[in-house]
Write a protein that binds this ligand. Structure first.
Ligand code: SF4
Length: 369
């Protein structure tokens, strides 16, 4: 069940690091509501993990940050000292790809959990031990009283990921950040872990930011999906709509190179080129060098995420269609944002993002006179 209250609210987050030619994150805006799973997809280096870490206040030191990150009403980027430690221990928890990296190989599973519980305020050793057994049972490990006495090498990868999830749940966080949390698991274990996370979400109404390279997994698991490229959000839609009607050329490229059941190698069409490094900057659309639909104007068009016209055009007298948003100057904008009197038109004759940008600039110039 979801509510309209944003649990995670990131607004215009930009992060610049010294010695880089472009921001690591550029004007990232997203919301995760209570009980919602928001998918974050994109190639390596697109800024997915950095965006998630912003919710923990774990941005790289020495960077220049603009924008706001709010979790459950708390302005995370202003937290310091004990307040920041309490936020990381109690409000938000992160689950990483490799559970073995999260666990000390020479310490017992019970020690890992009781430490987490101590950070969350459970300091009585006996109570923490009992709670650790409870948590292992809650994530579906059989014989949890035995597992608290074991060390990581005695458990399989799937069992260890359950242990890490139990640790993440120790403080009953409002928000879970799952960073490729199932990527290292075999498909059967992956399905079990996803089912577990789904159950926990339903029981606790936890919001989740779900980072994955696997677009088909995102389609099946998430409520909404955001696509990132070069530190920017380039598209967001409800999950079924994104995969049925991907709008941004990069999203279509990602789907074109994702294997499907029954497909052949010949069906795969790689996105040309490679993801940009932080040493590369862009005067216009960052995807222009790889985009099969690029025009000369794209080289200087400053990307802006805009609400889109629904695929196939607006439905006359019908209910509103959730069309999503994208940052591409060639896509037709929703009627509510398309400039009514400024006549930029795309190939379809509809107003486009470039038209909106130009109209906005024109009205700004008019106001300045
Ligand atoms: S703005 Fe141009 S280069 Fe960028 S995604 Fe759209 S068509 Fe491609």
């Amino acid at each position: 069940m979801t509510t309209t209250q944003p649990l995670l609210d990131i607004a215009g987050l930009t992060l610049e690091l010294p010695g880089t030619a472009r921001p690591l994150l550029a004007e990232v805006t997203l919301q995760v509501r209570t009980g919602e799973v928001l998918g974050l997809v994109g190639e390596s280096g697109s800024g997915k993990s950095t965006t998630a870490k912003a919710a923990l206040g774990m941005l790289p030191a020495g960077g220049r940050t603009e924008g706001r990150v709010t979790v459950d009403g708390t302005d995370v980027l202003t937290l310091r000292g004990e307040a920041l430690r309490a936020h990381r221990a109690r409000t938000v928890a992160m689950i990483h790809q490799d559970p073995r990296a999260a666990l000390n190989p020479v310490r017992r599973i019970g020690d890992f959990l009781t430490e987490r519980l101590a950070h969350a305020g459970v300091t009585d050793r006996r109570a923490a031990r009992a709670r650790a057994v409870e948590l292992l049972g809650a994530v579906g490990l059989p014989d949890p009283a035995r597992h608290v006495r074991q060390r990581p090498h005695e458990l399989s990868g799937g069992m260890l990921q359950r242990v890490v999830i139990a640790g993440a749940l120790a403080a009953e966080p409002r928000l879970l950040l799952a960073d490729e949390a199932t990527s290292a698991l075999d498909v059967t274990t992956q399905a079990e872990i996803l089912d577990l996370l789904r159950t926990l979400r339903a029981e606790r109404e936890t919001g989740m930011l779900f980072i994955t390279h696997d677009l088909h997994l995102a389609a099946a698991y998430c409520d909404r999906v955001l696509v990132m490229y070069a530190g920017r959000i380039v598209e967001q839609q409800p999950a079924p709509a994104l995969f049925a009607h991907p709008r941004h050329p990069y999203t279509r490229g990602l789907l074109g190179c994702s294997p499907t059941l029954g497909g052949t190698a010949a069906d795969l069409r790689p996105v040309p080129g490679r993801p940009p490094s932080l040493a590369e900057s862009f005067p216009g659309c960052p995807f222009a060098a790889r985009c099969p639909e690029a025009e000369p104007e794209c080289e200087t068009w400053a990307p802006v995420v805009s609400p889109l016209e629904p695929e196939g055009g607006p439905v006359p007298n019908g209910p509103p269609v959730p069309a999503g948003e994208a940052a591409c100057r060639r896509l037709p904008l929703a009627a509510s944002v398309a400039p009514a009197t400024h006549g930029a038109t795309g190939a379809s004759g509809a107003s486009t993002a470039s038209g909106a940008s130009e109209a906005s600039a024109a009205s700004g110039a008019e106001a300045a006179r």
